[in-house]
Write a protein that binds this ligand. Structure first.
Ligand SMILES: NC(=O)NC1=NC(=O)NC1=O
Length: 174
């Protein structure tokens, strides 16, 4: 899809296409539509990042709260979004041993009890061992650090989803 095609989308079509590049936060795509015309994909990403960075603390925490646990209840119930399903599978989270799953669930529960939002990491950039190590390390951080770290991981997830759409969506027929 070319950037000209993106710039030609009305708000409904733009939100329909980009609404889940930040998991369950279609508001962000709806908001950055106002920033068109975009010069290129990086410009779209920069507008997303700027919107997220300007949110108050509770807005950032809200984005994190909208992310499903890794190999959590929704994954077990097959109720993850298409994107999350693919991302969690790519990290090998669909082939955890019973012991790994128990450890992940225990750490996820501890993390969420401490911070009030789930542990978020870009699953496509990490395999399950790195995710478990990351969770063990990050659960020891403070709230400020984890809010910012989680948001930076959301931006990585968002970037990969954005590139997928730009590369795979046919866009306007030539
Ligand atoms: N809690 C999470 O980190 N969730 C996720 N990370 C991804 O990359 N995809 C997810 O669903």
């Amino acid at each position: 899809m070319k950037i000209e095609d993106v710039n030609a989308l009305d708000s409904d079509a733009f939100i329909s296409l980009f609404g889940n590049i930040v998991e369950n936060c279609s508001l962000i795509a709806a908001a950055i539509w106002s920033s068109r015309p975009f010069s290129d994909v990086d410009d779209i990403q920069n507008q997303l990042n700027k919107f997220i960075d300007l949110l108050p603390r509770n807005g950032k925490e809200g984005i994190l709260r909208n992310h499903p646990d890794l190999a959590g209840r929704l994954a077990a119930a097959g109720q993850l979004t298409r994107e999350s399903t693919q991302e969690q599978k790519a990290a090998g989270l669909d082939t955890l041993t019973a012991e790994e799953k128990e450890k992940l669930n225990k750490l996820n529960t501890e993390y969420k009890a401490k911070f009030g939002f789930p542990f978020v990491i870009c699953a496509r950039e990490n395999k399950k061992d790195a995710i478990l190590k990351g969770l063990e390390h990050r659960v020891q951080n403070d709230l400020e650090t984890e809010t910012l770290t989680g948001v930076e991981e959301v931006k990585k997830i968002c970037r990969l989803r954005l590139l997928d759409i730009m590369e795979n969506h046919p866009g306007a027929k030539l």
